[in-house]
Design a protein around this ligand. Structure first.
Ligand SMILES: Nc1ncnc2c1ncn2[C@@H]1O[C@H](COP(=O)(O)OP(=O)(O)O)[C@@H](O)[C@H]1O
Ligand SMILES: [Mg+2]
Length: 242
């Protein structure tokens, strides 16, 4: 009786006469990590923008939990429903501590109000999960690029999201940081959560994704497990073979 977390149905987004998303349909289930890959300009970030309520489509719907049409909702209503995103560029508050960041994420996002001790517990748990417990009192401005990425994932995680979207989480990270991020993403996977990751690093995608959607010119070129993606002639031609 699993409900589809996100059902994208006949979605078209135009910028002028250009179709960034072109009659796209796809379904993302609870309990899965879905990678969305494809060449630059394929429409990956635009898809996340529509799901977040930042961009309005010309046609189509995006149903959350089978009922809530996100294309008719405000970005704040979408966030309150538990659909959260880490943007491509890290944008932390340099002068606030790591712990303060996570507390802001928990406070701003948690759908049940937390009393002070519960908030403290929640913040500590998230710090542990993202591997920043030892940096709790450090200022965000002192963190490495990788640690800033984890801090932002922690802020999103603190709100206990139902749908978690990560746009290029390992861009610019070292191999070791990338490996730690892969382990983190797998730890965030839960039966009652859907995770969508846009990324170009194919080894990372292979480590984290249950299924992969390959976008090309706003349409699905291929969908399946990573080994099938790597073997697909069309995907090799437009993306992997480059
Ligand atoms: N606000 C916008 N105005 C005009 N064109 C846009 C806008 N946002 C995205 N595009 C265009 O839509 C296409 C898809 O962009 P995007 O979703 O960012 O691609 P991706 O994330 O897959 O690289 C690109 O050709 C991009 O230039
Ligand atoms: Mg993008």
């Amino acid at each position: 009786m699993a409900v589809t977390a996100l059902l994208v149905d006949g979605l078209t987004v135009r910028f002028g006469s250009f179709r960034a998303i072109d009659a796209l349909s796809l379904a993302i289930d609870y309990g899965e990590v879905r990678a969305v890959i494809g060449p630059n300009g394929a429409g990956k970030t635009t898809l996340l923008d529509v799901i977040s309520g930042i961009t309005r489509p010309k046609e189509g719907r995006v149903l959350f939990d089978g009922a809530f049409d996100l294309t008719q909702a405000s970005d704040s209503a979408i966030a309150r429903a538990g659909i959260r995103r880490k943007f491509q560029k890290p944008s932390v508050f340099e002068g606030l501590s790591v712990r303060q960041h996570i507390a802001i994420g928990a406070d701003a996002g948690f759908r049940r109000a937390l009393d002070a001790p519960a908030l403290e517990d929640r913040v500590s748990e998230v710090l542990e999960t993202v591997g920043l417990a030892g940096h709790a009192t450090h200022l965000a401005g002192e963190l490495s690029h990788g640690q800033k990425q984890w801090l932002e994932i922690g802020m999103v995680l603190a709100s206990d999201p139902k749908v978690l979207m990560l746009d290029e989480p390992v861009a610019g990270l070292t191999d070791e940081e990338t490996e730690r991020t892969a382990q983190l993403v797998r730890r965030l996977n839960r039966p009652d959560r859907a995770i969508i990751v846009v990324e170009h690093d194919m080894d990372f995608v292979e480590r984290i994704a249950d299924r992969v959607t390959v976008l090309h010119e706003g349409r699905t070129l291929f969908e399946g497990p990573m080994d099938k993606v790597r073997a697909d002639a069309g995907v090799i031609e437009v993306y992997l073979g480059r």
